[in-house]
Ligand binder design. Structure first.
Ligand code: OSB
Ligand code: MG
Length: 375
């Protein structure tokens, strides 16, 4: 396959309500839509989801745009891909920059699926048509507001609640939720805000029957996570730490966690994500699908990928209306009875809403094949 044209639409989607984590507050999500065109006129879609601030991981959307233009686009134009999995080796000598690589790698998967007239989920051997989903709840000003928000999400049907915590906002809000909703599948996400000095707090959280505690410690720490896991009944889940299957091997060997929050963009795309699913299956680590405030495009990818039988725990794949007033696809993800449908059709199974794109597009850039020759 030859890639003949690449378009990049720079979008900014305002969130319905600001989302607060231990890193800060997010009010609008910058994201880039990448469209890859082949010699037959098929178009594959990918989404760049990195943040403006390098707090969650090192990448920023600004640096990623530059890397895409200077490194990844030229490599794609010079390639002759036989299958989607070939992109992984094409990008292999570029270290890090996982979200930048994922934006293009996933677009190539969509492109191959469209060429071959197949759904994306068929490549993963999956057939499920709907998935149970959960929701991630940000830090709220008061416990009352938090309880009201959780209550509203549960009424809507969400099957699992994840609550963001930070030092000083942890045991009180979580105990309140547990008291009000004794049976809900509940978990906490610390986004790296604690250290092993907080062991006593984690022992208290261990009493709340949480499904897991996500990323309590530093993004590069495996050793203290292992020390904590040894002393807790509750599963530790790693998010920020996990960029490659080698990271999962390290975590497994040390006993740093019993669950993995897998985000396709954070691990550089579908090929690496599949390796991680395989390793987790073989070693009995719970693997589930996380989110990055994706638009309908990234959400469709998440739904296709999480439809594999190995995913049983509800993902951070909420309905479009949990995030944005207006999505950029024709049929935004809706939740019914706690489940969201896997888009049907070829590739990602979605259609872009070009009017909506026009409204939120801040810049458009087109790279054509000759771009790489001029390098
Ligand atoms: O830590 O899982 C996280 C969103 C952005 C960055 C990091 C995280 C999150 C979420 C929300 O928790 C996931 C979503 O609903 O898309
Ligand atoms: Mg997380």
């Amino acid at each position: 396959m030859k890639i003949t044209k690449i378009e990049r639409y720079q979008l900014c989607l305002p969130l319905i309500t600001p989302f607060q984590t231990s890193y800060g507050v997010l009010e609008a999500k910058q994201l880039d839509l990448l469209i890859l065109e082949d010699e037959l006129g098929n178009r594959g879609y990918g989404e760049l989801v990195s943040f403006e601030q390098p707090d969650y991981i090192e990448e920023t959307i600004g640096a990623d745009r530059q890397l895409i233009e200077q490194q990844l686009v030229p490599r794609l134009f010079q390639s002759d891909l036989q299958k989607a999995g070939d992109v992984w080796s094409l990008f292999q000598t570029i270290q890090g920059n996982f979200m930048a690589k994922s934006a293009l790698e996933t677009a190539v998967w969509d492109l191959f699926a469209k060429r071959e007239q197949r759904s994306l989920q068929s490549y993963f051997g999956s057939h499920k048509s709907t998935l149970p989903v959960g929701v991630s709840v940000g830090i709220h000003a008061t416990t009352e507001e938090l309880i009201a928000q959780v209550s509203s999400y549960l009424k809507q049907g969400y099957q699992r609640i994840k609550v963001k915590i930070k030092p000083g906002y942890d045991i009180v809000p979580l105990s309140a939720i547990r008291e009000n909703f004794p049976d809900v599948t509940l978990m906490a996400d610390a986004n790296s805000a604690y250290t092993l000095a907080d062991l006593e707090l984690f022992k208290q959280l261990d009493q709340l029957n949480l499904a897991m505690i996500e990323q309590p410690f530093h993004q590069r720490d495996f050793v203290d996570h292992a020390r904590l896991q040894q002393q807790l009944q509750t599963k530790i889940c790693l998010d920020e730490n996990i960029r490659t299957v080698e990271d999962v091997k390290t975590a497994y060997a040390l006993g740093s966690c019993r669950a993995i929050n897998l985000k396709i963009p954070r691990v550089g795309g579908i090929t690496e994500a599949l390796r991680i699913v395989d390793f987790c299956q073989t070693h009995q680590l719970l693997v589930w699908l996380g989110g990055m405030f994706e638009s309908g495009i990234g959400r469709a990818l998440n739904l296709q990928f999480a439809s594999q039988t190995s995913f049983t725990f509800p993902g951070d794949i909420s309905a479009a209306n949990r995030y944005y007033a207006k999505d950029i696809i024709k049929e935004p993800a809706k939740m019914e009875k706690g489940r969201i449908a896997v888009p049907q059709g070829v590739g990602l199974g979605i259609e872009i809403d070009w009017r909506a794109i026009e409204e939120v597009c801040e810049q458009k850039q087109t790279y054509s094949f000759h771009y790489s020759i001029k390098q």
